[in-house]
Design a protein around this ligand. Structure first.
Ligand code: MN
Length: 378
């Protein structure tokens, strides 16, 4: 059976955050089109337990296919959620650890709602009748295995799942809510927030479709949704400095399959390196992005120096040319090319700013490394 899994919608009210309900509507219409009969929400459906659930119920009423079951696990933001909050029979709140079978010959699904001061492994140990390699786990908490990422919205450690738990209990597949960045580490999948809560939740938003017979996990993009982008661009002195920016921007949009859809982008651009004219490049970048229909959150340029010695341009041109032709960094262990360019410019032109500071802290998502500000990496 195929079912849908999402998490971390953080709904409040339609008035405050209509876009979060729009993301839910989008998931519901995909469920309708794909004949999906079960939607799991792996925690943090609401930003606060006490949120008025009527906007949520109205969205379900308006958009859900008739036979859709919506199964909600509590997250750390909506721990107080009770079945009694809802009037629609299609909505089921999981208040305790539960083993569910959607059909007789389907894989058992272990549902572990968030609990304070508890761990996924401890809860699995208390459940009867789960066999290794023969169950799916859906929960809400921190994956403490290999790749670990955090986001600013969810500081601290919440109901951890450890690699040793996977070795001991051997779930076939794990789907978690809590971290808002969509990612996968082995069999562990984070759904990611289907609607970004703030600019730091970058990249396309998605939810998951899972087929328990074939084992195929599919990430489905929320169509047409806003895409936040944080990009560092290293400027260097040149006749046409804007083209340095536009080349970078075009490559970024191409990598994310956003060409021709620039109006979906909300951007924070971080200009670093060296320029001949600070005001001009910042104004030019602003005009260029506006002409593309990009919503500009900010253009930061604290790390952008002004060229004070034009004679150094000969050295800079050659260094940049060499780095661009020879430096490729696919591994997360090495600095990004933008940082190497900035470091080269710092060595050549001097100055405190625009130097190398590793921001390589996040795994690749959608086939490309995401640039996050260093202060988000814990
Ligand atoms: Mn959350």
């Amino acid at each position: 059976m195929r079912y849908a899994i999402t998490a971390d919608l953080h709904l409040s009210t339609k008035q405050n955050h209509p876009e979060r309900l729009d993301a839910l509507s989008s998931i519901l219409s995909t469920c309708a089109q794909s004949g999906i009969e079960t939607l799991f929400i792996a925690g943090d459906l609401f930003d606060q337990s006490v949120s008025n659930p009527s906007d949520f119920e109205n969205t379900i009423k308006a958009g859900a296919p008739k036979n859709l079951r919506v199964i909600i696990l509590r997250g750390n933001h909506d721990m107080g959620l009770r079945q009694a909050a809802f009037t629609l029979p299609a909505i089921q709140v999981i208040e305790q650890p539960t083993v569910l079978k959607l059909e007789d010959n389907g894989l058992p699904i272990v549902l572990l709602p968030y609990q304070t001061e508890n761990e996924v492994g401890k809860q699995l140990a208390l459940l009867d009748g789960i066999k290794p390699d023969n169950f799916i786990l859906i929960s809400h908490g921190d994956w403490l295995g290999g790749k670990q990422i955090r986001n600013a919205y969810e500081q601290g450690t919440y109901m951890p799942l450890r690699s040793s738990d996977l070795q001991k209990f051997k779930p076939s597949q794990v789907f978690l809510g809590h971290i808002h960045i969509p990612f996968k580490d082995g069999i562990v999948w984070y759904c990611g927030s289907p609607c970004a809560l703030d600019i730091t939740e970058t990249g396309k938003r998605s939810f998951i479709l899972f087929d328990d017979r074939s084992g195929v996990v599919e990430r489905v993009e929320i169509p047409g949704s806003k895409v936040n982008m944080i990009e560092k661009v290293t400027i260097y002195p040149a006749e046409d400095e804007l083209s340095i920016f536009t080349r970078h921007f075009e490559k970024t949009t191409a990598d994310q399959n956003l060409q021709g859809q620039e109006s979906r982008i909300r951007a924070r651009m971080i200009l670093q390196g060296v320029t001949t004219n600070r005001k001009k490049i910042v104004d030019d970048v602003h005009s260029y992005l506006s002409s593309k229909g990009v919503e500009i959150e900010s253009i930061k340029h604290d790390g952008l120096q002004i060229e004070v010695n034009p004679a150094k341009r000969i050295i800079a041109d050659r260094a940049i040319d060499t780095i661009q032709k020879t430096y490729y960094s696919e591994s997360e262990e090495y600095p990004e090319r933008e940082d190497i360019l900035a470091l080269a410019l710092q060595i050549i032109y001097g100055g405190e700013q625009g130097g190398y500071r590793s921001t390589r802290s996040m795994p690749r998502i959608w086939g490309r490394s995401a640039n996050y500000p260093a202060n988000l990496a814990v």
